[in-house]
Design a protein around this ligand. Sequence first.
Ligand code: IMP
Ligand code: MG
Length: 183
Amino acid sequence: MHDHLDTVLFDEPQILARLDAIAERITDDYRGKNLTVVAILHGGLIMMADLLRRIRLPLKMECISVESYHGGTESSGEVKFNVGRMPDFSGEHVLVIDDILDSGRTLDAIARKVRAECNPESLRLGVLLDKRTPRAVEVAVDYVGFEIDDLFVVGYGLDYQGRYRNLPLIGTLKTEHILPEHR
Ligand code: IMP
Ligand code: MG
């Protein structure tokens, strides 16, 4: 699978070292508070698992499933929630974790819905990657792993056509592994 990669942006030790630092900040920021961390599925799942085990607080975890991409390498602009009923976060300080901030539409839609329907005590956002690209929607993110150029990346939760989420590093795909219509 690694041979499908063109370039590696961040390897596993780099990612985990960054998560150590972020978890340290989260532990300090939420000490003495009721914290619920919410993974956005599927992309936020891998980061979530490694991040949560580094936070030294008795937190709760929750997952929200959304679809914002439809198989290509460009954001579709539409965010679909795959949930019947949103969770109740009364009394909880909520931290939402996603893989990447690109156009901003996904996190903006999630933040709006959580504020409107879940009654959180507070809401913060964290992403592994922040893409330097013109945003369709401005979103204030509180915890960022790394900033990257406007590239399509896979690994560590990020997929192309549903694959490569399990790569333990982040990189770009060789052109031959991208469908002609997405190049
Ligand atoms: P946004 O709504 O444009 O900010 O897009 C965020 C979502 O698009 C993320 O949750 C990812 O699922 C997906 N996405 C954006 N950029 C990439 C990428 O480079 N690789 C894989 N998925 C991406
Ligand atoms: Mg995603």
